[in-house]
Design a protein around this ligand. Structure first.
Ligand SMILES: [Zn+2]
Ligand SMILES: [Zn+2]
Length: 103
């Protein structure tokens, strides 16, 4: 009776996410020495095995290009920063934001 119905959207989204290729594949992978080109899968350099998930740095790059950061309030394309110092990575919330922006 009290079973939580939830919003149908997030669930179906998560499903679509798993079924489809990761959206971060639309950007080239900056990870050394992977450097997968846009729309190519990331691979493990030592054995050439295809990774299910793109490298973290690729996901971060994708989030940086596609989303504003809710954490440090920068526009798409601008690196994240803390106290005026640019971060090599992005805030985790920005990755979340990118996934939601895509939907
Ligand atoms: Zn990669
Ligand atoms: Zn940020």
């Amino acid at each position: 009776m009290a079973k939580h119905q939830g919003a149908p959207m997030p669930a179906s989204l998560r499903h679509a996410f798993r079924a489809r290729a990761h959206p971060a594949r639309s950007v080239p992978c900056p990870h050394e020495p992977c450097h997968a080109r846009a729309h190519q899968s990331c691979r493990v350099s030592v054995n050439g095995r295809v990774l299910k998930q793109p490298h973290d740095s690729r996901i971060a790059l994708w989030a940086r290009i596609t989303a504003c950061c809710p954490e440090c309030q920068v526009d798409p394309g601008t690196p994240c920063h803390t106290n005026g110092l640019a971060l090599p990575d992005v805030h985790p919330r920005r990755i979340q934001e990118a996934k939601e922006t895509l939907a």
